[in-house]
Design a protein around this ligand. Structure first.
Ligand code: SF4
Length: 364
């Protein structure tokens, strides 16, 4: 029997309600990287907004060029048209040009009721990224202080940092032990994506319950690595299982590229910066493609995956830009790969499923 049935994994609305009932407030956070511990220090629960899928994107479409991805289009619609009173602050990290554009639209053209806070991430080569990010986090602290009227001490921040680091360690263990967990792909992704909205302490508690069930038996299925932004629609995961595949390792922006190691410094801002910068290589940090390729090869080797599915969001330029070099590198190492594209508002297409199925048959 599936272990998830015993877990009582809270949903997003439950997590928000329960945090607010204890006097906390909610920060709506756009993708990808941001300092969870800093928000928690101001008693703000970060709740991530990856789209969301399956909403009416009309408002966003009216303010964006047609070649902007569905994550940004949906996010703009969601922020402006959803009953959004549950969110007290919006954080928009500048992970890509489209998200940077979204930040400008929300700040200058169609501001929502909530304060909008941008966060710049270091992407340049040769710069001191930790120092840049440390200063950005200090600036964000000042803005949050002005909004909330609260000034958390260094000790309070360190306590929150340690909670987040523990949750990040558990998340990394779940990924490492993926093939020995008693979870299907859909269950695994429901669990790890709960990190997008659960308080770190709650996530750690649930993750530990699953880690306690690690077994010697290895999950069956044709092992693959999935790379891209996020596994939406999530029905994809059931389809892959039914086709005989299993996701043995993950290079998705929402999950595998956010396995942050603990920071080292005793200075909270620098420690948070060190931790964020320890994530897997990606264009969002300006990483060289060779680093991405080596990271992918490492995932393939560790998970014994037989191929890579690049599961891309339509019009996601940063992913598209890296794709030819990554596939060329994989091909040189005789590792098969395939590419499919989705719009998070569309149902799974038969054409795409057929392509994945044919790929699984080829590598089996
Ligand atoms: S899907 Fe790509 S282009 Fe769109 S927000 Fe994410 S990273 Fe940016």
């Amino acid at each position: 029997m599936s272990s998830m049935l015993h877990l009582k994994l809270p949903g997003r609305s439950d997590a928000i309600r329960s945090f607010k009932a204890q006097g906390g407030k909610i920060a709506g956070v756009l993708p990808i990287h941001y300092p969870r511990a800093l928000l928690r220090s101001f008693n703000l629960l970060p709740v991530e907004i990856w789209g969301p899928p399956r909403i009416d994107p009309v408002f966003g479409s009216a303010h964006l060029q047609p070649y902007i991805c569905s994550i940004v289009r949906n996010a703009l619609s969601f922020v402006q048209t959803n009953p959004f009173q549950t969110v007290d602050v919006l954080l928009v990290p500048h992970a890509c040009d489209s998200l940077q554009g979204l930040g400008s639209i929300l700040l200058d053209f169609v501001p929502p009721e909530q304060p909008v806070l941008p966060l710049y991430l270091p992407r340049g080569q040769g710069m001191n990224k930790a120092s840049f990010l440390q200063k950005e986090l200090e600036t964000l602290y000042q803005k949050l202080k002005n909004i909330t009227g609260y000034s958390p001490s260094q000790d309070e921040m360190m306590q929150k940092i340690l909670y987040e680091e523990e949750a990040d360690q558990k998340l990394a263990s779940l990924h490492r032990q993926r093939r020995n967990l008693p979870l299907s792909d859909i269950e695994f992704y429901c669990l790890i994506r709960a990190r997008e909205f659960l308080p770190a302490e709650k996530f750690s508690e649930i993750a530990q319950q699953i880690l306690d069930q690690v077994r010697d038996e290895i999950l069956s299925g044709i092992p693959i690595v999935i790379s891209g932004i996020l596994p939406e629609p999530m029905a994809l995961l059931n389809e892959i299982t039914q086709m005989g595949g299993m996701i043995a390792a993950d290079d998705l922006a929402c999950s595998g590229r956010r396995l942050y190691p603990p920071g080292r410094s005793q200075e909270p801002f620098l420690r948070m910066a060190e931790s964020l910068l320890g994530a897997a290589p990606s264009w969002s940090w300006g990483s060289p493609i060779q680093d991405r390729l080596e990271h992918l090869m490492g995932l393939i080797q560790a998970s014994e995956a037989k191929g890579v599915v690049f599961y891309n969001i339509k019009f996601c330029e940063p992913e598209l830009f890296d794709l030819p070099s990554l596939r060329e590198g994989l091909q040189a190492a005789a590792i098969p790969s395939t590419v499919v594209e989705v719009d998070i508002n569309d149902p799974l297409s038969n054409q795409m499923l057929t392509r994945i199925e044919a790929f699984l048959e080829m590598i089996a």
